[in-house]
Structures are given as structure tokens and as C-alpha cells.
Design a protein around this ligand. Structure first.
Ligand code: ATP
Length: 523
């Protein structure tokens, strides 16, 4: 976790910012568990207004206030748009000195960075949104209509266009960061990885941003000079996911992620992507055989205009990728059926990824218990011999429903004729995404052996910082670095099955790593 430099943030700039206590709010329930800490639905006691409280994780007191939180606060303070989440204020829990009237003192940055003298909790107060897109899509039986998809996509692009015009890259576009309210409004949230950019900025940016499944090829190939096109790739992934019903690039680690991208979008070369061979890790990951673009073939069932737009979003060369502004002008949004009015959308019971995940875990636990009980029951019965003809051996006896009627005779109850059904593993689940022709890869990978997918060996690209993948051949820590070192383990974890179910690792709790550890010092 990196610390903020003095003066980077003056949270007391607005009169009320940082001066109120979290006690002004009543926490109602937890709705999110992020890298920062918990997110709660809460009610402001005085007004009754429902808000979301995001607690800034300060576990590592020695290291101070997380830079991601500072970035998020700074950036959100300057963004004001109906498709960008509104940060209302910052509140604190006991810690700062009280003033003469006994009110908590104002929160000054120096309090929290100076050896982290500030011992209280810090919360960001946001307008409350009923859902995030992942939570909503994961509702059992959920199906989005075409006008609804157009409506969400248009809002996503409008919000992103606003960010880009204001020289902000979001760098973490994914379903759980797209919040939706019951009025059908969609807002971009979680600006913890966002940063300002300028077209004349010549410095290097970290390429370890954006959740793996939504990360564009230029970042996976090691580019450190990039712009708004990185967000547009993620938007393309979301768009395809909405149309397709599940994530299209559920890679377990970076090589597999690139593999999946190249299998669908073709392998890049100097013709389709001038300059690609100069990108740091291109030689390590270039496919060993030509791969044709198959997007149109794989998604031939998509609407013509949708496919046209998707093609432009999932363009390998970032300089040719469509911008948010141009995407909004695409025929897709102007052809029938038109995007619906957000207000006309159905209202759903609140659904956040955290909650749907929790419910699914509970359901899984319940199913496991039921399965275990059934197996125990079957095992008990299995100890009995097979069904016996009357008079043979040990038929299972129990009194009849009305023993008086049947006298001393007991009913013969058939023992189980079968014992264990074949378990329905994850592999049995639907996988509607057509498999690529080269499941094992066919890419050059510096350290992977067999099974990892045909990567040729070679040194890691010389880098000023740690190589992208660990020397063991395991992927290195990803932006969602949890307790595990692998990108794969910390890859976005969509659940198996369900409308968005995919073959990748589940969107598990290992998501909740501390991204500041990876990013704190980086640009
Ligand atoms: N304003 C809000 N209204 C309702 N729910 C919210 C709000 N902000 C966040 N959430 C919920 O909390 C979750 C986590 O929030 P957020 O992404 O901002 O935290 P984070 O710590 O950055 O998480 P992550 O590590 O997943 O990026 C969101 O996916 C969403 O479900």
C-alpha cells in the first residue's frame, strides 16, 4: 500500500467533507466486499436518505492512506455526470480530535499520512444504487431484452465518453463496477484504478490494470503507453457478454487470456496492427501459427449492427479501436429496436454481486448438505442386499401404514436399486461459447511447459520492474492480487453456471486482494 504525498488531497476542502461522523448514518446491510473493504447500504439518520458507505481499508497502519482511495476521491470530486457515481462526502469514525463544540474535528490529510496518526475509519459516502450489472445478470432466470442492452450500453458509453473528455481513464470497467438503480440509470463506479491522462503525457503507465478478463491485448503484451482505448476494449467485452450471456474471454492467467483473445480476434501482426512487434512482450507471446479472426463466425447469431459495433470495439490495434464518442453514433443505437427509456425498465429486488455470490454459496452449501445426506442414506441402504423376492434373505421390513389391518404382516420395502448417480460436475454445465480450435494454446510462453499450451521457452522480456509472470512459470501477481501469487487465481471470478456462468475460475473471495500493494507506487 503506498502512501499519499502531503497536499495530494485536501479532504476538508468542501466545508462538510470529512467533518461528519459515520454515526450520522445507520448501517443497514453489507452490499459489497471490495479491495478497499466493505461497502454498506446505510440510512442517513437525519434525512432518512439511503446511501452506500464504502469503508477505506486501513489495515496496514504503517503504510498509511491508500493511494487508490486518494485517486478515487480526487477523480470523483471533479467528475459530475449522470452516468458517473456521485461521491457525496467523506465521513469518519471516532479518531480525530473533537472541536470546542464536541464535534469531530475536520479530517486533514496530514493526520492520515503522517505515520498514520489517524486511527479512525474513513468512509466514502455515495449515492445508493440498487444493483451492479454482474449481480443483476446473475439473478436466476434473468434475461436482458435488446432495448435494455442498448439502454445500458448507451449509458455506459455516455459515462465513459464524459470521463475520456475529462481526461480520465477508468481502467477497471467490468460488470460489478457498473451500478444500476431501479430507475434504470447506469453509473460508472470504482475509480480506484482510474487516473488522469493527457494526450501529450509521455510517461509510462502501469500495464497491470483492468481485471484480467476485460484487459486489452496491448496491456497483456506489456504496453506502458496507452489511452482511452483500453477502456473501450473492456466495454467490448461487456457488450459481448450481455449479448452472449457469459464472459467471452475467461482466461485463468495472462498467457491464457491472450490465447483466448487471439483465437477469437486473430493473431496480431504488423499488417493489422502496425507497431505490435515493438511492444515489449510481443515476441514472447506471439502465436506459433497463424490464427484467423473468427469473431463474425462465432457470433454470427448476433444482430448485424451489434456485430458491426462489437468488431470495432474488439479491434486488436488500440489506435484503430472505436472511441466512446463514435460508438454512440453507431447504427446499433439508431436502428430498431431502439434503446428503451431507462424508466421503462422493470424494477428488480436489489442485487449486488456480493449478495448474489453469497446466496449462491449458501445454495451450494445447502445442495452439498442435501447431497451428503442422500449419499449417507444410500450408503445405509446399500449395505442391504439387493431387492429380494419375498421369502428371500433380508428384505427391509417396516410396519404397514395400518398394522392393525395387515395383522402381523409387514410391508416389504424395496431397497435402493441404484446407488450413486454420476455427479454433475462443473464440466457438465452448459458452455455455449464455442471452443477455439486450439485449446492448448499455440503461443510462445517463456516458462510454461507442456499442458500450459505450447509456449516456446525464452527469457522474460527485460523489464525495469518484475516480469509479468513468475519465474516458476506461474503467473505473477495480478491487479486483484489476493493471497495467492497467480494472476489466474486472482482473475475475475465468475461463478460456474448461471446466465453468466463460464468455465473460468469463480469470482471468489480471492478477488479481494489489496491492489494497492501492486499499484500503490505505479502510475
Ligand atoms: N454506490 C453504491 N451503491 C450500491 N452498491 C455499491 C455502491 N458502490 C459499490 N457498491 C457495491 O459494492 C461493490 C464493491 O464496490 P467497489 O467496486 O467500489 O469497491 P472496491 O473495493 O473497489 O471493489 P473491487 O475490489 O471489486 O474493485 C460493487 O460491486 C457494488 O456491488
Amino acid at each position: 500500500m503506498a502512501i499519499a504525498a502531503p497536499g495530494q488531497l485536501n479532504v476538508s476542502e468542501s466545508p462538510s467533507w470529512g467533518s461528519r461522523s459515520v454515526d450520522c448514518f445507520e448501517k443497514l446491510e453489507q452490499i459489497g466486499e471490495g479491495t478497499y473493504g466493505q461497502v454498506y447500504m446505510a440510512r442517513e439518520i437525519r434525512t432518512g436518505e439511503i446511501v452506500a458507505l464504502k469503508k477505506i481499508r486501513m489495515d496496514n497502519e504503517r503504510e498509511g492512506f491508500p493511494i487508490t482511495a486518494i485517486r478515487e476521491i480526487k477523480i470523483l470530486k471533479k467528475l459530475h455526470h449522470e452516468n458517473v457515481i456521485k461521491l457525496k462526502e467523506i465521513v469518519t469514525s471516532p479518531g480525530p480530535e473533537k472541536d470546542e463544540q464536541g464535534r469531530p474535528g475536520k479530517l486533514y490529510l496530514i493526520d492520515i499520512i503522517d505515520g498514520n496518526k489517524y486511527k479512525g475509519g474513513i468512509y466514502m459516502v455515495f449515492e445508493y444504487m440498487d444493483h451492479d450489472l454482474t449481480g443483476l445478470a446473475d439473478r436466476p432466470g434473468m434475461r436482458f431484452s435488446v432495448p435494455q442492452i442498448k439502454c445500458y450500453m448507451r449509458q455506459l458509453l455516455t459515462g465513459l465518453h464524459y470521463c475520456h473528455v475529462n481526461q480520465v481513464l477508468h481502467r477497471d470497467i467490468k460488470g460489478s463496477n457498473l451500478l444500476i438503480d431501479n430507475e434504470g440509470n447506469l453509473k460508472l463506479a470504482d475509480f480506484g484504478l482510474a487516473r488522469s491522462f493527457s494526450s501529450d503525457h509521455n510517461g509510462n503507465l502501469t500495464n497491470r490494470v483492468i481485471t484480467l478478463w476485460y484487459r486489452p491485448p496491448e496491456l497483456l503484451l506489456g504496453s506502458t503507453k496507452y489511452g482511452p482505448a483500453v477502456d473501450m476494449w473492456s466495454v467490448g467485452c461487456i457488450f459481448a457478454e450481455l449479448l452472449h450471456g457469459k464472459p467471452i474471454f475467461p482466461g485463468k492467467d495472462e498467457p491464457e487470456q491472450l490465447n483466448k483473445i487471439f483465437e477469437l480476434c486473430g493473431a496480431p501482426d504488423e499488417v493489422i496492427w502496425p507497431g505490435v512487434s515493438k511492444i515489449p512482450w510481443y515476441n514472447n507471446f506471439k502465436p506459433t501459427r497463424p490464427l484467423k479472426r473468427r469473431l463474425r463466425e462465432v457470433f454470427r447469431h448476433f444482430d448485424r449492427h451489434a456485430l458491426e459495433l462489437l468488431e470495432k470495439m474488439l479491434t486488436l490495434d488500440p489506435s484503430q479501436r472505436i472511441s466512446a464518442k463514435d460508438a454512440l453514433d453507431a447504427e446499433y443505437f439508431w436502428a430498431d429496436p431502439l434503446p428503451c427509456d431507462p424508466k421503462s425498465l422493470p424494477k428488480y429486488e436489489s442485487s449486488h454481486e456480493f449478495q448474489t455470490k453469497k446466496k449462491r454459496q449458501q445454495q451450494r452449501q445447502h445442495d452439498d448438505n442435501a447431497k451428503r445426506q442422500k449419499i449417507q442414506h444410500q450408503q445405509q441402504h446399500a449395505r442391504l442386499p439387493p431387492i429380494q423376492q419375498s421369502g428371500q434373505g433380508h428384505a427391509q421390513m417396516r410396519p404397514g401404514p395400518n398394522p392393525a389391518m395387515h395383522g402381523s404382516q409387514a410391508q416389504v420395502v424395496a431397497g435402493p436399486s441404484h446407488h450413486y448417480a454420476k455427479p454433475r460436475g462443473a464440466a457438465a454445465g452448459p458452455n455455449r461459447y464455442p471452443q477455439g480450435g486450439n485449446p492448448s494454446g499455440g503461443y510462445n510462453h517463456p516458462s510454461r511447459g507442456q499442458g500450459g499450451g505450447g509456449y516456446v521457452s525464452g527469457p522474460y522480456p527485460p523489464q525495469g520492474r518484475a516480469p509479468p509472470y513468475g519465474s516458476s512459470g506461474m503467473p505473477g501477481p495480478g491487479p486483484r492480487g489476493g493471497n495467492n501469487s497467480g494472476y489466474g487465481v486472482n482473475a475475475p471470478n465468475y461463478p460456474q453456471g448461471g446466465p453468466y456462468g463460464g468455465p473460468g475460475a469463480g469470482r471468489g473471495s480471492n478477488m479481494g486482494g489489496n491492489r494497492n500493494q501492486q499499484y500503490g507506487w505505479q502510475q
